[in-house]
Ligand binder design. Structure first.
Ligand code: GLU
Length: 506
């Protein structure tokens, strides 16, 4: 459904909080449509609600978009011919168009005080009526208006909605939608502090920025009749609307909450893109995951590349019905994308996570030859980059700390385990540290000692890594190097000797 005119879509976040999963899905679908059609993706900041402003929300939105690879063609830090791209810098434009509506009889200035509106609401409540503006100022005479204006009485501008009838529009996903005009009572377009409301600024900007398609969350569906009446009042052509399906909680019941709550299996449900990033999800996986929230690439697979998504994406393929967040697929997808990485790429991505989680400067890690040796050993096992620290910490700490009881192999006592470790230690001291050179002699040693390889390797695993479950043993020892491996054997022997002594006295 590529139109025969240039497509222009936009993402219009309000900097009232961090960029969340639902916003990212909206941004992604707009971006995909722009890239699919060769059109433009515009970023516009809807920052007219001064009371809800969050200082670092804008930076967070831009960081999140860039991390996901959703570059914008016009907007903050990029510029473009339709700026400014911050609504707070466009106030004169909204004043001009609100004034135009008043002059042409589509809107009016309302001078009602907070006190009057409060009294009206209380009276309506007392009579058990629906509350809402009584259109008092819609009927002021020219003289009354002149008096208010002369007295510089603060005013808002309200849209003069049709008093009866219906407003219909076609949503590209949901078909024709009809609203009763009486449900919308002359909403405010311009506030008395000179800031526009969302409705005026949104419609004026979508028109002036030549937006052709609006893909946005379905919480905006109820605003469309108002927007349609604004487009009509201005005599402007309407963009195509497509309201994206609601993302439901992973359980399939209820809306995905922006707040934290327990997700599937009782684990924490992450809300913001920054949280997914910090939890060690790859942008490739997040991109893929977000794309399946209401769209599918093919019936056969959920895995697809950025290029495949661009080639296949189209508005009619979006599923209009709400769907549960398929959270259980995310770890699986992430594991898939981790396995696709080259070792240098994986190492580069692991370094900041290990640095953060182990408290080591990232430069030190990036230069440590252990990392490229260890990364391939855990690549298959990782579901997130943040899991790496628990696997690899042993290679980056000076001294291990673990329960010495773990050194005692199954069916052996402390003395037996000590003897086995001492023999292995002696053998290791004379072997080259390569996989081929280590494996055979250590297996032979186990046999000589009358042990199962699992028993001997288990002791060595704990001695060298401090863990019973660790990356493959020889690779781990090679990453540590001979000197550190031998020092750890010595440390473990000392611990075992203490246990032996305790056993004999106890
Ligand atoms: N500023 C609105 C938001 O934060 C934009 C809604 C729209 O796309 O029209 O979601």
């Amino acid at each position: 459904m590529t139109p025969n005119y240039p497509v222009r879509v936009r993402m219009a976040p309000s900097p009232t909080g961090y960029f969340h999963l639902g916003s990212a899905r909206t941004a992604l679908f707009n971006w995909l449509y722009a890239r699919h059609t060769g059109g433009a993706f515009i970023l516009r900041i809807e920052d007219t609600d001064r009371t809800r402003f969050v200082a670092d929300a804008l930076q967070d939105a831009m960081d999140s978009l860039r991390w996901l690879g959703l570059d914008w063609d016009e907007g903050p830090e990029v510029g473009g011919p339709h700026g400014p791209y911050f609504q707070s810098e466009r106030l004169p434009i909204y004043h001009e168009w609100a004034g135009w509506l008043v002059e042409h009889g589509h809107a009016y200035r309302c001078y009602c005080s907070e006190a009057r509106l409060g009294a009206l609401r209380r009276a309506q409540q007392a009579r058990k009526e629906n509350t809402g503006y009584d259109r008092h100022c819609r009927h002021l005479t020219a003289t009354q208006r002149a008096e208010y204006a002369a007295a510089a009485t603060p005013a808002v501008v309200r849209l003069a909605m049709p008093l009866a009838g219906e407003t219909s529009f076609t949503d590209a996903l949901r078909g024709v939608i009809t609203f009763d005009n009486r449900q919308i009572i002359d909403p405010i377009l311009l506030k008395s502090d000179g800031f526009p409301t969302y409705h005026l600024a949104n419609v004026v900007d979508d028109h002036l920025m030549e937006i052709t398609h609006i893909l946005r969350g379905d919480e905006w569906l109820n605003s469309v009749p108002l927007h349609v009446n604004l487009y009509r009042a201005f005599g402007w052509e309407m963009p195509v609307y497509a309201h994206l399906p609601l993302i439901l909680d992973p359980s399939g019941v209820g809306k995905l909450s922006k707040r934290k709550k327990k997700g599937e299996g009782g684990e924490e449900l992450l809300t913001y893109i920054r949280e997914y990033r910090q939890a060690g999800y790859l942008p490739e996986a997040m991109f893929n995951f977000l794309a399946i929230l209401g769209w599918s690439y093919s019936a056969d697979t959920d895995l697809f590349s950025r290029e495949q998504a661009i080639a296949a994406f189209d508005i009619p393929h979006i599923n209009a019905s709400p769907g549960a967040l398929p959270l259980s697929k995310l770890d699986w997808m992430n594991g898939h994308y981790i396995r696709q990485l080259s070792i240098p790429d994986l190492t580069g991505r692991l370094a900041p996570f290990l640095a953060r989680d182990l408290g080591i400067p990232v430069e030190t890690l990036a230069e440590d030859p252990a990392l490229p040796t260890l990364a391939p050993l855990i690549q298959e096992r990782l579901k997130t980059l943040a899991e790496a620290a628990a696997w690899l910490d042993f290679a980056f700490v000076a001294k291990l700390s673990y329960d010495p009881q773990m050194l005692i192999a199954k069916k052996l006592d402390a003395a037996g385990s000590l003897a086995a470790l001492e023999a292995a230690h002696k053998l290791l001291a004379g072997l080259p540290f390569t996989e081929e050179a280590l494996e055979g002699p250590l297996r032979d040693l186990a046999q000589e000692l009358g042990l199962k390889t699992g028993q001997l390797f288990g002791i060595l695993r704990v001695a060298t890594t401090g863990k019973e479950v660790a990356p493959p043993l020889f690779g781990s020892m090679i990453a540590l190097g001979r000197e550190r491996t031998l020092a750890r054997c010595a440390q473990a022997e000392a611990s075992l000797r203490t246990l032996v002594a305790a056993e004999s006295t106890g």
